[in-house]
Design a binder for this molecule. Structure first.
Ligand code: SAH
Length: 357
């Protein structure tokens, strides 16, 4: 039996990646070593985010073995810097060739990492670059956690303070691995639950499970439309979990957690920026005391309708605030380098088309 078999996977299946094992699994992998090695390795790669070779408290042979048996998950395909260094975006290649994105964003008062939870996405929202190209597979815990470790290294000496699950994929379609990653991010990478936000398109069972968890993370729901007829069109999952069920789940989460809920609303010209949208959204959000993030739509190759012009974005915000809803405008980062919302991968695929499966 090799040490990899101990944690329940064979060489033929997906490899065990550096941040996949939990502490017990790492201990099994280090069976035969002194007990304190587990703490040394665990703290070294998580709390300090070091490369195995820099763990100089380990014997050289053990470092070589760990480097070999616990390979890194992410190979940089593109690393692009924009906004005068305030935004760094990676397109990573995974061991099986799939691509995912991670973004590091520095603001005056915080530094945020936006992570992916899946390669691709099955939710098929028409305006979203990831949705347009379909689902590849779930990410493992290690593939999620490593995105943050790698971004944190780049960010130093600025500390990463916030994590948002707003990269590729639907986190609640990959609930167990996403949640295991959240716990690791909180306990071992030291980022407070109140600084972690999970964004969902409205997977009601996921919201219900979140309400039962111990860690009070923030919930963001990608609403985009607040009537069922139009939302069925724009966000196909609405047919399965319509707005009244979504409302109930959000209410349950609020009652359980007493955390602020936010709604994301990508403003699309003539589609969801009408007077009727203001009324519907204000009613829906007010009844849940939700904060509304308005995002001017980022253009994507597969969706030709343009974003709402900026002056109307601000007018839409003002109209919501006049109706007693709490709305702000979020300007997207990295648009000049195709770095918003899955575009890096989408634009690379135009150059280098993927093989059809
Ligand atoms: N699947 C999750 C998280 C990933 S998307 C969710 O839907 O919430 C993160 C956010 O980016 C979502 O609010 C999504 O609707 C938004 N988004 C996707 N494509 C966009 C685009 N082209 N312009 C603006 N926002 C977009």
């Amino acid at each position: 039996m090799t040490s990899l078999d101990v944690i329940g996977r064979s060489h033929r299946e997906a490899p065990v990646l550096r941040y996949d094992p939990n502490r017990d699994e790492l201990a099994a992998l280090l069976d035969g070593e002194p007990r304190y090695r587990v703490d040394q390795v665990w703290a070294g790669i998580h709390e300090r985010g070091e490369e195995i070779d820099d763990l100089t408290n380990l014997p050289k042979a053990l470092r070589a073995r760990l480097t070999d048996e616990l390979p890194l998950a992410l190979t940089p395909e593109v690393e692009s810097i924009s906004d005068d260094g305030a935004t760094v975006k990676w397109l990573w290649r995974l061991h099986d060739g799939h691509k995912i994105e991670t973004v590091l964003m520095h603001y005056d008062d915080r530094t945020t990492v936006c992570v992916s939870s899946q390669a691709g996405c099955a939710m098929a929202c028409g305006f979203c670059a990831t949705g347009q190209s379909g689902f590849d597979r779930h990410l493992s815990v290690g593939e999620i956690v490593e995105q943050i470790v790698r971004a944190r290294r780049q960010s130093a000496p600025r500390r990463v303070s916030n994590i948002v699950f707003m990269g590729m994929g639907e986190p609640f379609a990959n609930y167990d691995r996403t949640w295991a990653a959240v716990e690791r991010i909180n306990k071992d990478l030291g980022i407070g639950a109140r600084h972690i936000t999970i964004s969902t398109v409205g997977v009601v069972p996921g919201i219900e499970r979140l309400a039962e968890e111990d860690l009070p993370v923030n919930l963001a729901v990608s609403l985009h439309v607040a009537n069922d007829r139009d939302r069925d069109e724009l966000v196909p999952l609405n047919k399965r979990y319509p707005l009244d069920r979504l409302h109930e789940a959000c209410r349950r989460y609020l009652d359980a957690k007493n955390r602020r809920l936010s709604f994301e609303w990508a403003l699309i010209d003539g589609v969801n920026d009408r007077d009727s949208d203001v009324d519907e959204l204000a009613d829906y959000a007010r009844s849940l005391r939700a904060h509304i993030n308005l995002i001017p739509l980022n253009p994507t190759p597969g969706y030709l309708t343009r974003g709402t012009p900026l002056d109307r974005v601000y007018a839409f915000r003002d109209a919501l605030n006049d109706r007693g809803a709490n709305a702000t405008v979020r300007r997207t980062r990295g648009t000049e380098i195709d770095a918003a919302c899955g575009q890096l991968r989408a634009s690379r695929q135009l150059v280098d088309p993927p093989k059809r499966r």
